[in-house]
Design a protein around this ligand. Structure first.
Ligand SMILES: Nc1ncnc2c1ncn2[C@@H]1O[C@H](COP(=O)(O)OP(=O)(O)OP(=O)(O)O)[C@@H](O)[C@H]1O
Length: 238
């Protein structure tokens, strides 16, 4: 469904991503992990179209996406959230979903919006103002809802669980697990917490200094000496 070939990104003199090869099948749930600054968000930006790599290919559903603008990628089925929730603050929760839907689908479907509001337990807050009426967990849910409103085939989730306390994190994780069943979509999720990734994902890809250093089952990856070294601060620039 998604294929990245030899992706390279440079910011100034800094090689942020080097020769990244990665592929995902329909419906897979994959974790993207790595130390701070490893290039995880940059990779999301390459997939969603915010960053143009200096070389490499982005293929989604058999289509070369490298030159496609953001809205075309959204309409092809690439949805994403941002690390810091980015609702339109002056709009209500429902209006935020309508705007996202228009961007991603080109039309508004109130029945789908109701379905998303119910699924994310946001229906009681549908008329609430996104700026002042929402708790952090609800802002995170709205961030996921906006991505769902674009009807993605693949959802890129950037640290949606960060900042939530243990109970909130557990509840949100159940929601994410139910996402694939309910909407039949694949998920690529950036998350620092190893336990969360192990519970959520069938597969984990590890980035370190802009390179993929491991890709496999959570158990195999988190036992890999190179991954342990990278997580404990050792150099892994092979
Ligand atoms: N727009 C930019 N201009 C210059 N450098 C950037 C830019 N965006 C990111 N970087 C640098 O690229 C590197 C990778 O950043 P990125 O945000 O992709 O890492 P990350 O793995 O998502 O980190 P974190 O876990 O802290 O969110 C870092 O060194 C960062 O400082």
């Amino acid at each position: 469904m998604l294929q990245l070939d030899n992706i390279a990104v440079r910011f100034g003199g800094l090689n942020v991503l080097t020769d990244v090869n990665f592929a995902m099948e329909t419906g897979e749930v994959v974790g993207l992990v790595g130390p701070n600054g490893a290039g995880k968000t940059t990779l999301f930006n390459v997939i969603s179209g915010l960053v143009r790599p200096v070389s490499g290919r982005v293929v989604f559903d058999g289509r070369d996406m490298l030159r496609a603008p953001l809205y075309q990628r959204a309409r092809a089925g690439l949805g994403r959230t941002f690390q810091i929730p980015q609702p339109m603050h002056e709009l209500t929760v429902r209006e935020n979903l309508r705007v996202a839907q228009r961007f991603g689908r080109g039309r508004v479907d109130e029945a789908r919006i109701d379905e998303i509001l119910d699924f994310l337990k946001l229906r009681p807050k549908a008329q609430a103002d996104a700026a002042s009426g929402l708790a952090l967990s609800e802002l995170k849910a709205l961030e996921v809802g906006k991505a769902l409103a674009t009807e993605p085939k693949l959802l890129l989730l950037d640290e949606v669980l960060a900042g939530l306390e243990t109970h909130g994190k557990r509840l949100f994780m159940q929601t994410l697990l139910a996402l694939r069943e309910r909407f039949g979509i694949g998920i690529l999720i950036i998350e620092h917490d190893i336990e969360t990734i192990s519970n959520l994902c069938q597969r984990v890809c590890v980035l370190d200094f802009g390179k993929v250093i491991a890709d496999g089952t959570p158990q195999a990856v988190f036992e890999d000496p190179q991954v342990i070294k990278s997580y404990t601060g050792g150099a892994a620039h092979a």
